[in-house]
Design a binder for this molecule. Sequence first.
Ligand SMILES: [Zn+2]
Length: 110
Amino acid sequence: MEQLPKCPECGSEYTYEDGQNYVCPECAHEWSQSVEVEEGLVVRDANGNLLTDGDTVTVIKDLKVKGSSSTLKIGTRVKNIRLVEGDHNIDCKIDGFGAMKLKSEFVKKN
Ligand SMILES: [Zn+2]
């Protein structure tokens, strides 16, 4: 018989199954049975830290903005990034610049 996992919240062993979820009777925590599969998109910042969607990062070098005469200055904070495939693997919106793409090697996680 399959061993049910312990509750990740309180460590209770009395987990039971409820449809697609596991439920803990002690703290009422519910979680999905399916193990979350990473999307396979691994993006690291300049320091090697993993980045995730929604992170805030800081630009670590002045960057020329394609199709514009302006430069994205070092120290610019970029909120709510979205990771994408490709050479420029960060999709974001920057105040004063609008939507653009960055390379993860030129940012660091806040
Ligand atoms: Zn619990």
